[in-house]
Design a protein around this ligand. Structure first.
Ligand code: ZN
Length: 196
């Protein structure tokens, strides 16, 4: 017979940063909470894939056709920040230092692992650049080998259309994951960006 607690512990322990013991603590916590809470949690988990999709303009996660940032008229349209993943947008938004818009790649070039340019959907971006809708594109991919290769490629694709391409400054922690960088460091990295 299956053990529902062991099953929940096993599922929870597959989440990043959650070891066996934390998974156990969480499982017992849910069990000790009201059944309404457990049901709401389960419902939310069950629906997340159906309710969330990619913003048609920037690729960030949203429940609407356009995300809140793309539909905000106060955000500067001609200043764009290219990031690797949706949590990077969340990280940059926490600092509230950036007033432009975003473009989420959902991938990084990794030639050694066989991930080439076809993994990046840059066409909408190139078209916007060719229509002169973009003044500056800040490339905020991680400061890793993959992130740097991707940054160079993005700049190569956009520069012919006359877009100023800049790269966030170094000074980010090793690997340069935006998600784990504090607000002040992120604001400095944006401020100190350099031409690519
Ligand atoms: Zn968007």
């Amino acid at each position: 017979m299956s053990d529902p607690i062991a099953e929940l512990v096993s599922l929870l322990s597959r989440l990043p940063g959650i070891g066996e013991r934390t998974a156990q603590r969480l499982a017992y916590h849910v069990l000790g909470s009201s059944s309404e809470y457990a049901e709401a949690l389960g419902h939310s988990l069950a629906e997340i894939h159906a309710r969330v999709r990619r913003c048609e303009r920037c690729g960030n996660y949203t429940a609407e056709t356009l995300c809140a940032i793309c539909s905000d008229p106060r955000r500067e349209e001609s200043l764009l920040c290219v990031v690797a993943r949706p949590p990077d947008v969340a990280a940059l938004e926490r600092g509230a230092a950036f007033r432009g818009r975003y473009y989420v790649l959902h991938a990084l070039l990794a030639p050694l692992d066989g991930v080439g340019p076809e993994a990046l959907d840059l066409q909408p971006l190139v078209e916007r650049a060719e229509r002169s809708e973009l003044k500056e594109v800040i490339i905020a991919t991680p400061l890793s080998v993959e992130g740097e290769a991707t940054a160079l490629y993005v700049a190569q694709q956009l520069r012919p259309a006359g877009v100023r391409c800049t790269r966030i400054a170094s000074g980010l922690p090793h690997g340069g994951e935006l998600e784990f960088t504090d607000q002040i460091t992120l604001a400095r990295a944006l401020e100190g960006r350099k031409e690519v």
